[in-house]
Ligand binder design. Structure first.
Ligand SMILES: C[S@@+](CC[C@H](N)C(=O)[O-])C[C@H]1O[C@@H](n2cnc3c(N)ncnc32)[C@H](O)[C@@H]1O
Length: 248
């Protein structure tokens, strides 16, 4: 562990760039949101993507980033070493993660601090704070802890925040616990699931009132997921896993 904070922009701490994904621009152009809440911001790549796309499209939007900046289990366990999710990117100094410094610097250096408001709290505390202050976002982007119970909780918290026309979205659709949690939420709340072709993001659209919204995403190349198909594929994976674990 480091005694002095390592400078951003050197060694394993490159300068943060906006995440390069069409979804951010598509979401802004489909929704024209007045405010967005992001659950899980890490070094700021997705927050920068929201802000830079907002600048390019001329859409005025406030971006609230809710994160503890303490990292998730996968960062502490160093499941993806030498990537942007590696343990070293937590920047632990004397036992304390410093990834918030990376985030702050990225936002300040790119001149987006007027658009992006960090809220250093758990998603639970952040949600009650935003509700208290009347923030009702038109979009919530869920990308915090990726475990099944955490995603279930975050989807419920996000729904409680959304404005009447608000849309629930999130990252890492390809991750099995996320698919399971999103499916449960979608069935419970009668929502359709749309994803991008790379299976990165998910978008939840109300079955009853979302005809135009659904079509806007389909026109941009997003696809509808079939819940029975996902469930069947997950069951197959479980069966495969059980069979493998029973092999002598
Ligand atoms: C996958 S990263 C976010 C990545 C970011 N959206 C991006 O694209 O660059 C997950 C983040 O969630 C945060 N996090 C994990 N559990 C949380 C919780 N219960 N409340 C708030 N933030 C949490 C972690 O600190 C971490 O920064």
């Amino acid at each position: 562990m480091w005694r002095t904070p390592p400078p951003v922009g050197e060694g394993p701490w490159p300068v943060v760039k906006p995440r390069d994904r069409r979804f951010f621009r598509d979401a802004l152009e489909v929704l024209y949101p007045e405010s967005i809440v992001e659950f899980g911001s890490w070094e700021g790549a997705s927050a920068l993507a929201w802000a830079s796309q907002a600048n390019e499209t001329g859409i005025s939007v406030d971006i609230y980033c809710v994160d503890t900046w303490l990292g998730s289990p996968e960062h502490w366990q160093n499941l993806l070493p030498n990537t942007e999710w590696g343990q070293e990117r937590l920047r632990i100094v004397n036992g304390e993660p410093g990834v918030f410094d990376t985030f702050k610097q990225a936002i300040d250096l790119t001149g987006h601090s007027d658009r992006i408001a960090p809220l250093r709290a758990t998603t639970e505390c952040g949600t009650s704070f935003l509700l208290q202050h009347g923030v009702r976002p038109d979009l919530v982007y869920v990308d915090a802890d990726h475990s099944y119970p955490a995603v279930r909780r975050d989807l419920a918290l996000a729904s409680s925040l959304l404005s009447d026309r608000g849309l629930l979205t999130g990252d890492d659709w390809h991750h099995e616990p996320i698919q399971r949690a999103v499916m449960r939420h979608a069935v419970q709340h009668r929502l359709d699931i749309l994803t991008d072709k790379d299976q990165d993001v998910f978008i939840l659209v109300p079955k009853s009132s979302g005809e135009q919204m659904r079509q806007a995403w389909l026109d941009r190349g997003y696809v509808m997921e079939s819940i029975p198909k996902i469930a069947a594929s997950q069951l197959r994976n479980v069966a495969l896993h059980v069979r493998r674990s029973q092999r002598p």
